[in-house]
Design a protein around this ligand. Structure first.
Ligand code: ZN
Length: 142
């Protein structure tokens, strides 16, 4: 990775940390889930709505965690909003494979800024936590 790219990624991460997207309470959510990462102390409370066509018009989170966890949650809500439940579950699997370094798997947009986290196995859990909460919420356990 060249220095220029890595600086750009740093800026994307810092932007999500300073101004997390969809960081609020969702009124009357259809699904919600909690994520907790005891290694780091990250907590994420995820809420979303599902419409009649199976799409996710709103997805919000709250919580308290390290910068990687919060940035990942913020980016995730942007990525997932407007997707169908099936698309969202596919994106969860894709992101997990990406973070676990599976060859030939990539992600789009701001999420690429998390690529550097792959070098720090302990932090991969931080990045994955909101995504695992999303999976749990979509699979219907409350
Ligand atoms: Zn963390």
């Amino acid at each position: 990775m060249t220095e220029g790219v890595s600086t750009l990624y740093q800026e994307i991460l810092m932007d999500h940390q300073r101004d997390p997207r969809n960081f609020r309470v969702l009124e009357n959510p259809d699904r919600e889930a909690e994520g907790f990462n005891p290694v780091c102390g990250d907590r994420v409370h995820l809420q979303l709505s599902l419409d009649a066509s199976g799409k996710i018009p709103h997805i919000c989170f709250q919580g308290d965690g390290c910068s990687i966890c919060m940035a990942s949650a913020s980016m995730m809500t942007e990525e997932i909003q407007g997707k169908t439940r099936e698309e969202a579950l596919g994106l969860v699997e894709n992101f997990r494979s990406f973070m676990q370094g599976q060859e030939g798997v990539s992600v789009e947009g701001d999420l690429l800024a998390l690529e550097g986290v792959k070098r720090f196995p302990v932090r991969i859990k931080c990045a994955l936590l909101p995504w695992m909460a999303l999976k749990e919420a979509l699979e219907g356990r409350k």
